[in-house]
Design a protein around this ligand. Structure first.
Ligand SMILES: [Zn+2]
Length: 310
């Protein structure tokens, strides 16, 4: 979703800028961390440490054996679900774009036949440097009239309640793909200061693509909600299960119906400039257990051999 004001992608990133972005992206990508191996008997007190930048995703593998233990984590008040895999129990931990830098605890509870075991891991959140844009605009371009304000509020409520509903079943499988190819703006986390007032940070990536270009699902899931909203225009929200959602905004056309099952790579809509957008592009956003993460953190994950079963 975009903050107040137009989603300006008119200014395209130059080639050298793009190279800089990719270099940064490579440096900031997070490597999956395998934690200390062990059996369910020596888990108590096992500790590990790993780190990632704001907006990134960590793959956490917890060694747990025995018949169907329940594994669940908590990080900064957010629940982190785990699923069974060959190497143990795997959870995707999203670091929100605005999680406070510093060390925080990931507390994991493994409940087996012999009762719950508690594991504690340190997660170092590293500050990401986001672009800041100062704009001065005429007041009437910034302030919404009463009617639009009410509309935006109810749209926000609609999205909020949908994102809070967590489907237990994991629906995604294997690697994640980019929904459309094009120039990536690098605007994830960008803060706009309009007439001296900070707006909500830009919580996705903008991909410039021709009007009508096909937009595909990043992974398997369910089309939980299709909308035509004031800021984000025509949009699709995909529910990939276990608290993972992806969203696709400013579409010219929506190609799925609410509740439809979608497969990775399936066309869900077409690139447009609906809502507040100055030109055709796709706004692609991802929520992971309530954290706003960079969607490209998912496409860069090394999930080889992972998530083969569900
Ligand atoms: Zn955007």
């Amino acid at each position: 979703m975009t903050s107040m004001g137009a989603d300006r992608t008119g200014k395209r990133t130059g080639r050298s800028d793009l190279r800089a972005i990719f270099a940064v992206v490579l440096l900031t990508s997070v490597f999956p961390v395998d934690l200390v191996p062990g059996s369910s008997h020596d888990l108590r007190g096992t500790a590990g440490q790993f780190s990632g930048k704001q907006g990134q995703v960590l793959v956490v593998t917890v060694p747990a054996k025995g018949p169907d233990p329940e594994v669940s984590g908590r990080f900064l008040g957010r629940r982190i679900p785990f699923f069974q895999d060959r190497s143990g129990y795997v959870g995707l931990l999203g670091i929100d774009m605005q999680d406070a830098p510093g060390t925080h605890e990931l507390a994991v509870e493994v409940t087996g036949p012999d009762g719950p075991h508690h594991l504690s891991y340190n997660v170092l959140v590293i500050k990401e440097k986001y672009p800041v844009q100062h704009l001065t605009l005429p007041k009437d371009k910034v302030d919404l009239d009463e009617e639009s304000l009410l509309r935006v509020k109810s749209e926000q409520e609609q999205v909020k309640s949908m994102l809070e509903a967590e489907s237990k079943q994991r629906l995604w499988e294997g690697r994640f793909i980019e929904p459309v190819s094009g120039a990536v703006s690098g605007a994830f986390g960008r803060v706009r200061v309009i007439n001296g007032q900070s707006r909500n940070p830009h919580n996705g990536e903008d991909i410039a693509a021709p009007l009508g270009a096909e937009v595909v699902a990043m992974n398997d899931g369910i089309a939980r909600l299709t909308v035509d909203h004031f800021f984000s225009g025509k949009g699709v929200f995909l529910d990939h299960g276990q608290g993972l959602y992806s969203m696709y905004f400013h579409l010219s056309e929506i190609a799925v119906e609410d509740g439809a099952t979608v497969k990775r790579g399936q066309v869900i809509g077409r690139v447009g400039a609906s809502g507040r957008a100055t030109g055709p592009h796709l706004h692609w956003g991802v929520r992971l257990n309530g954290a706003r993460v960079n969607p490209y953190a998912l496409t860069r994950l090394s999930l080889d051999g992972l998530a083969a079963s569900r």
